[in-house]
Design a binder for this molecule. Structure first.
Ligand code: ZN
Ligand code: ZN
Length: 156
């Protein structure tokens, strides 16, 4: 059973009790709540982000979740190179993480489908200090290599 599932079950079982505690806490901590909200409001106002849906992670504020995603993508590719290993494509929107030895599954032990994808993969790579065995490939060369048994059709 996953942790999330366990939490869900626990919540279902103790729903009333937990709601009760939450209400009590809110009643007794009106000030705390108010101050926290006010602080957040002022911070967002200062940054001009009141009308967006900011995404806050690790104490850093991004204007939107999308901007966080593209930021993290840039971070990863500036490490592995903003250039396809095969054809030299350098438009970030076409670029992809390519596992040189097709060992993507090793990088996702414990994941449901055995693999990290997209932003989850970028986060994993950053967290693990940019493991080796990875290169930048555009979608074409990435797929081509997979279909062609490990070598991009450009090269055969
Ligand atoms: Zn390419
Ligand atoms: Zn290629």
């Amino acid at each position: 059973m996953t942790r999330k599932k366990r939490q869900q079950l626990y919540y279902q079982k103790h729903k009333e009790k937990m709601c009760h505690y939450a209400r009590e806490w809110a009643k007794n901590n009106k000030d705390k709540r108010h101050i926290a909200r006010k602080k957040r409001y002022l911070k967002l106002k200062e940054l001009g982000l009141l009308k967006t849906r900011p995404y806050i992670v690790g104490g850093k504020i991004y204007p939107t979740k999308k901007s966080y995603n593209s930021d993290i993508k840039k971070q990863v590719f500036s490490h592995y190179g903003i250039k396809c290993f095969c054809c030299g494509e350098n438009n970030l929107s076409f670029l992809n993480i390519d596992h040189i030895n097709d060992n993507g599954r090793e990088h996702g032990t414990g994941k449901k489908n055995g693999k990290y994808k997209g932003v989850a993969l970028y986060r994993f790579l950053i967290k693990n200090n940019y493991p080796t065995g990875i290169q930048t490939a555009c979608f074409n060369c990435n797929m081509g290599r997979r279909i062609n048994g490990g070598i991009c059709p450009h090269k055969t």
